[in-house]
Design a protein around this ligand. Structure first.
Ligand SMILES: *Cc1c(COP(=O)(O)O)cnc(C)c1O
Length: 375
């Protein structure tokens, strides 16, 4: 029994024909750049998300960068995002000469905290980038209210929450990435909707923004060889689009499998005092990009990981160093004492194998092995 953090091979084998046919069709028609596969994916994702515009691009980091470029932010403008996350968000903010203002997250949900966002707002703040970390939505109702009050843009980083749904207090339900001004996602192979290389997309309901995002992703042109604004070259590869076209119809099933695996873990650890299982926030579904435990203070994480490795069980620490402690992002704005929760979490989180192909046998073995470590 081989256990993987993410098992893309078994998932592929189940829909091999559809994927292979899609790839072959791109090769047969030699529509390698743009072309019908990309167009089909764009329309398919628009329909799935119930959003007006999907703009495919090269990867999730590009999506964030292009989104930021489209909002005409000026050097020195402040953009608020979380410290406990993947680096991409803060990276593109800094790359564009903007100021990443990091805020702490919630200890139970790992998500950015609206009260911390509000406390970090200054006259220079222009945008908020909430991250729907590990697969459930940040409190978008509160965040959108703050944004409205202070006239700020909201760019959602939804790379880990493809398919998650947020319910507003009036009953409105929206898909992750479709609530702020722009949603940004990634189709990196291990993401909930992953291709077999790099890929990404932006979403928006705003016609003008959509046009601008499309132009920026295409060298700042809407008419070939007429460059009205400074852009980049960021395209979703046609072969990757063909793979995504084959996988999109299964996305909800895939997320369902992840949720089932998560429930299994929840139950298995329900009476174990050494681990805290991930909580579900009340206003969002959880699509479990990661299943992340918090280990009790007296648990030696390295020893546990070592033990698991010896038993053939991989595990990962997302994320071992919060952004405010990264050399590249340390500064007087982001002082260490402002981030007790991010610091705490980086010391005690442990993500377990989570993918669409985990069998009961495997889940059982993983859970039993972890529990046996504490005996
Ligand atoms: C994966 C990821 C990204 C970046 O996506 P790439 O396609 O790898 O560039 C950005 N933000 C978060 C939260 C991610 O998990």
């Amino acid at each position: 029994m081989e256990i993987k953090m993410v098992d893309l091979k078994s998932q592929y084998l189940k829909i091999k024909n559809e994927i292979d046919e899609g790839i072959q069709k791109v090769i047969d028609t030699t529509s390698f750049i743009k072309g019908p596969a990309v167009q089909e994916f764009q329309l398919g994702l628009e329909k799935y998300l119930n959003v007006r515009h999907v703009i495919p691009c090269g990867n999730g980091t590009d999506a964030l960068q292009i989104a930021m470029m489209a909002l005409d932010l000026k050097p020195g403008d402040e953009v608020i995002t979380a410290s406990f996350t993947y680096v991409a968000t803060a990276e593109v903010i800094a790359l564009l000469g903007l100021k990443p203002v990091l805020v702490d997250v919630d200890r139970d949900s790992f998500l950015i905290r609206p009260d911390e966002i509000e406390a970090a707002i200054t006259p220079k703040t222009r945008a908020i980038v909430p991250i729907h970390l590990f697969g459930q939505c940040a409190d978008m109702e509160a965040i959108l209210e703050i944004a409205k009050k202070h006239n700020l843009y909201v760019i959602e980083d939804t790379a880990q929450a493809m398919g998650a749904e947020f319910t507003f207090s009036d009953g409105t339900v929206k898909k992750a990435g479709c609530m702020g001004d722009i949603g940004c996602t990634s189709f990196f192979p291990s993401k909930n909707l992953g291709c077999y290389g790099d890929g990404g997309a932006m979403y928006t309901d705003d016609e003008i923004l959509a046009k601008k995002l499309r132009m920026i992703a295409n060298h700042g042109q809407s008419i070939q060889y007429h460059h009205d604004i400074i852009g980049v070259n960021s395209r979703l590869d046609a072969i990757q689009a063909a793979i995504l076209n084959a996988k999109l119809p299964y996305l909800d099933t895939y997320n369902g499998s992840r949720q089932k695996a998560a429930l299994f873990y929840d139950k298995a650890f329900s009476s174990c005092k050494k681990v805290k299982t991930p909580i579900r926030v009340s206003n969002s579904t959880h699509v479990f990009h990661q299943y992340t435990l918090q280990l009790a203070e007296d648990v030696d994480r390295n020893k546990l990981r070592q033990y698991l490795t010896e038993k053939g069980i991989p595990s990962m620490v997302y994320y071992p160093v919060p952004l405010h402690r990264q050399k590249a992002y340390m500064d007087e704005f982001n002082k260490d004492e402002k981030f007790p929760i991010s610091n705490y979490l980086s010391g005690c989180v442990l993500s377990l194998p989570m993918h669409t192909e985990l069998s009961e046998n495997q889940l059982n073995y993983i859970a039993e092995t972890i529990l046996s470590f504490f005996e």
